[in-house]
Design a protein around this ligand. Structure first.
Ligand code: RB5
Length: 154
């Protein structure tokens, strides 16, 4: 996959458990003039969440996108799949505090939420917090460095 021109572009995907929420978040991101690559799914027909999760997390892992969003019914399956990918730090955040801390302390590059767990308004607030909260670095960088080798060594 070729990298988007805009480094702030976001790749987003969901399974059938979160199509409505995904569409709301896509509209919200586009209202902020953020470039969005919506890889689906686009209907409520059942799909296997690892197929979408691997596509989004693979793109972030490869550096094609700096940030991604994944949604499924609970967020659990998507977060498990995404965190198998090198350089991916996927955070399941169904509350605002976790979303803020996932950026401040964990430099989360994929936000995961559960479409059957949270409502649209809270989800949008979580996306806002996740977009606008910076990574603190410092002592947290030492900890992140223990996750895996840096990108150039893999
Ligand atoms: C699909 O029914 C459901 O299992 C999925 O959306 C997700 O919740 C998995 O973790």
């Amino acid at each position: 996959m070729s990298a988007p021109a805009d480094p702030t572009a976001i790749i987003i995907g969901c399974d059938h458990g979160a199509v409505t929420l995904k569409n709301i978040i896509v509209d919200f991101l586009r209202s902020l003039e953020i470039e969005v690559n919506d890889v689906g799914t686009h209907t409520t027909d059942a799909v296997d969440y690892p197929d979408i999760g691997n596509q989004v997390a693979g793109s972030v892992s490869a550096g094609a996108y700096q940030r991604g969003i994944l949604l499924c019914g609970t967020g659990l399956g998507m977060s498990m799949v995404a965190n198998k990918h090198p350089h991916v730090r996927a955070a399941l955040c169904n509350d605002l505090f976790s979303a803020q801390l996932s950026r401040l302390h964990n430099d989360a590059n994929i936000l995961v939420m559960g479409g059957r767990v949270i409502g649209d308004v809270l989800a949008t607030e979580i996306v806002k917090a996740w977009l606008h909260t910076p990574y603190e670095g410092g002592r947290h960088q030492r900890r992140l460095a223990k996750f895996a080798p840096p990108r150039s060594e893999t």
